[in-house]
Every structure is written in structure tokens, then in C-alpha cells.
Design a protein around this ligand. Structure first.
Ligand code: SF4
Ligand code: SF4
Length: 432
């Protein structure tokens, strides 16, 4: 039974109250930022570095850009001196090359590019601008946004995802609450690029204050409206959002259902690029969980070391914690906190370590009942134990979105999601 087709609609305690109403802390690195020279599958070898060791840089200086394939520029997030590259652990759990910049603390900035009046540009010129500005999906995926608007044939609506369904994370809430006008401007730009008449900003019904704030901001924006959605998990997954709002299913991409789905903070970043010539150099990140002393939203330059942010948030609340890049359901647990804030990152969750108390599978079927992708995680787990790759493929393990629900609902406390992740890795290896 699929989560949103049956009675198993799952509300998960959000713990949002830990951070959503408090002031955003503005932090700077003690000395260096380490900007990852990586994007998606592109690693350092795929980038042209545009600065030399010892060069002075400002906030907005272009540091590097991809040589071929998807165009991704990287801009400096601080003013200071470029010190070369260094290999460090990345939030993807792999060592990656980072560009090291010694910050001078002055945060002198340049316009990363000339601002543009989107109302005077053609649709294609807007898309080209978004490409050059390096706007990427800020809901966690980091996919270059211009690609979605390349050929909008058959698209008749843009859905702005302001759902933020994972527990603890309130960075989008804060960004939208603090900057609703840029959100609406971003929506109007997306509306133009997608050549549609309607943009829906999707916000959880449980956030009436945010709904109110955004409704006010889009009062004069024709074709931009708020669409409240239920507070169930994973409402922020674009397939579920399309199903909920448009009552449509699709195979691979939302465009097949006539929709482009973009994150709310991405829309804000887009407005800032057009109106101020501002690149994505600063991030609002939620630092929360029961393992941190002072849960907070922080605003930090891209490349800020996570251990320095943890320290500024009062440190860990106990000796043994789990540091997760992202939220507790879909994030990745890292062994150490020695990684940095990347451009697409919106949360660090710190949880008290709990001893593994898993017992045998009860064959209760709850994991299958709740899987929003319609999978049978217990069957995939069994295939993983038996190392039966054909069965993993047959059971569709690759369609898992790693939402974490199967682990969350398992009464035996089995980390079912991790087993399905293993199956995905095994299948990917086999396909290589
Ligand atoms: S983690 Fe994967 S298998 Fe588990 S419930 Fe989510 S989509 Fe289904
Ligand atoms: S929810 Fe847990 S106990 Fe129930 S079938 Fe799935 S893995 Fe087994």
C-alpha cells in the first residue's frame, strides 16, 4: 500500500520548535573556508581553476567552473587569499579536493555578475543567466537549475517546494519567513522560464504563520498562489508533491506530469542573482537534534568547517553522538565532524548515540505498508542478506528514495533503509 493512497499517512514529530522561531546566528570561520571542488559526479579534474595561489579574492570572485558537460561555476564565499587546494573529507562521505581560502574577516564583495531585469529578457536569456549564475537546487540535490527550464514543452505548472518535511530542519522556513518578497520574485522568474500561467508555493498546513506571510507577499503576483499541503512524511519528495497537488503520477521526471518542481530557497537565490548579481555564497543551515547544546539556524559562508559551527552552537550535549549531514531520515551519518558546509547543504543533525537494539524481523509488513515508493523493503533486506542481486533488482531497490520511513516504522528496530541502500550500491556496482 502506498503511503498517500491508503490509511498509512505518517506524521513524524518535527521537533521544529527547537530552531524555527529563534534568530539566525551569523558566523564566520576562525581562519579558512574550504570550498569543495566537486559537484554531483564532477570532481576536481572536471573543473578549470581560475585563480592562482596567493591571489586576493572577494565574496563573489569566480574561483572555478566546469570544463564540459553541465555548467557549474564556483564563487568565493569570503574575502581573503586563495591558498591552493587540499584533499579533505566531504559530506558525500568521500575525500574530495577543496579550494582553501584564508578569510580576512572583511567580507568585501563584488557583484559576481551583472544583475538583470528579468522582465526585459527573453525566456532563453533568463535561462542562460541562471546557468551563468550557477543557480542549483538548494533542497539538497544541488542539480543545476537551468537544465529543468531548457525545454519546458508540455509543462503547465511550477510547484515551489517549501514543505521541508524532514524532522528538525527549519532553514527553508527561516529563509521564506525572512525573505518572502524574493521568494515571489523567484517564482515570477520561474513562471516566465517555464512559460506557464501558474506557480503554486506548497507549504505544510501546520505552518499557518508561513502561509499567511507568503500569501501577503504574493497578493499582487498574478498566477503565484500558496497551496497548503498535509503535514505527512515525505510530502517534500517531488513525486508525492505532484501526486498531492496535481493528482498525477509520472515515470522519471515531473515534466511528464506537466510540472517543474523547485525548492523555495532556490527561488530566493534566483531572485538575488537577478536583482543583486549575487551568487550562492552564503547558506542558512539548521544545526539541531538532541545531541547539540544550542540548536540554531546559522548563516555561514559556503565552505565553513562544521566543527566550528558545532562549537558556536555550544558543542555536543553528550560524549557519544551521531553527526548527520542533512536530516535524520535522509541524511548521511559521518564518522567525524571534519567536513564543511557545501552549497546544497541545509542541515546538520546531531543525535545522541543509541545502542543497536535490533531484534529479528517480525514479518509484520509495516515497512512495505509505509514505503512511499511502493517497495517491499523487508524483501529487499532478505535479498541483501542472501546476496541475491537478481532479487534486489526484481524488487526494484533502485527506486528507493532513501526516505528512512521503513527504519522509522520498524518495531524490531532494524535499519531497513541501510539494507536497501546496500542493495542500491550492489546493483549500481553490477551495472558498472
Ligand atoms: S527508505 Fe526506500 S525502501 Fe525504505 S520506505 Fe523509503 S523509499 Fe521505501
Ligand atoms: S517493519 Fe521491520 S519487523 Fe516489520 S516486516 Fe519490515 S523489517 Fe520486518
Amino acid at each position: 500500500m502506498s503511503l498517500f493512497l491508503g490509511s498509512m499517512r505518517q506524521h513524524i514529530p518535527g521537533h521544529k520548535e527547537l530552531t524555527e522561531k529563534s534568530e539566525v546566528l551569523h558566523l564566520m570561520p576562525k581562519q579558512n573556508v574550504y570550498i569543495p571542488l566537486v559537484h554531483g559526479r564532477s570532481t576536481d579534474k572536471d573543473f578549470n581553476v581560475l585563480v592562482s595561489e596567493g591571489d586576493a579574492v572577494k565574496v563573489g570572485t569566480k574561483l572555478a567552473e566546469t570544463k564540459a558537460g553541465l555548467y557549474v561555476p564556483i564563487y568565493s564565499s569570503v574575502s581573503g587569499t586563495y591558498k591552493g587546494t587540499e584533499k579533505r573529507m566531504h559530506s558525500s562521505m568521500r575525500p574530495q579536493v577543496h579550494m582553501v581560502i584564508e578569510a580576512d574577516g572583511k567580507q568585501e564583495s563584488i557583484q559576481a555578475f551583472e544583475p538583470q531585469d528579468y522582465t526585459k529578457l527573453s525566456r532563453q536569456e533568463c535561462v542562460d543567466f541562471v546557468q551563468q549564475a550557477g543557480i542549483i537546487g538548494l533542497g539538497g540535490a544541488g542539480f543545476p537549475t537551468y537544465v529543468k527550464y531548457g525545454k519546458p514543452n508540455g509543462v503547465d505548472v511550477v510547484l515551489i517546494n517549501a514543505v521541508e518535511c524532514e524532522p528538525f530542519i527549519t532553514a527553508d522556513y527561516r529563509n521564506v519567513m525572512d525573505d518572502p518578497q524574493d521568494l515571489v520574485t523567484g517564482c515570477l522568474i520561474m513562471k516566465k522560464m517555464a512559460e506557464v500561467d501558474q506557480v503554486y508555493i506548497c507549504i505544510k498546513e501546520s505552518h499557518p504563520d508561513l502561509i499567511e506571510q507568503v500569501k501577503k507577499a504574493c497578493a499582487n503576483a498574478q498566477g503565484v498562489d500558496v497551496r497548503p499541503v498535509p503535514d505527512v512524511y515525505p510530502m517534500g519528495w517531488e513525486r508525492v508533491l505532484v501526486r498531492e497537488v496535481l493528482h498525477k503520477e509520472y515515470g522519471n521526471l515531473p515534466a511528464e506530469a506537466g510540472a517543474i518542481v523547485d525548492n523555495a530557497t532556490t527561488a530566493i537565490a534566483m531572485a538575488q542573482a537577478f536583482t543583486r548579481g549575487q551568487a550562492i555564497t552564503q547558506k542558512t543551515v539548521t544545526i539541531s537534534g538532541n545531541g547539540i547544546k544550542k540548536p540554531s539556524n546559522v548563516s555561514v559562508p559556503v565552505g565553513m568547517p562544521v566543527n566550528e559551527i558545532i562549537e558556536a552552537c555550544g558543542g555536543y550535549s553528550c560524549d557519544s553522538v551521531r553527526v548527520i549531514a542533512g536530516g535524520p531520515m535522509m541524511g548521511k551519518t559521518l564518522i567525524k565532524d571534519e567536513f564543511v558546509i557545501d552549497r546544497a547543504m541545509n542541515a546538520i543533525t546531531v543525535l545522541k548515540h543509541v545502542e543497536d537494539d535490533a531484534i529479528e524481523c517480525l514479518r509484520c509488513g509495516r515497512c512495505s505498508d509505509h514505503c512511499p515508493a511502493g517497495l517491499q523493503p523487508v524483501r529487499i533486506s532478505m535479498a541483501v542478506k542472501a546476496n541475491d542481486v537478481d532479487e534486489m533488482i526484481k524488487r526494484g531497490a533502485s527506486s528507493c528514495i532513501e526516505c528512512g520511513l521503513c527504519t522509522y516504522v520498524c518495531p524490531s528496530h532494524i535499519n531497513v533503509t541501510e539494507n536497501v541502500r546496500k542493495a542500491k550500491r550492489v546493483i549500481a556496482l553490477k551495472k558498472k
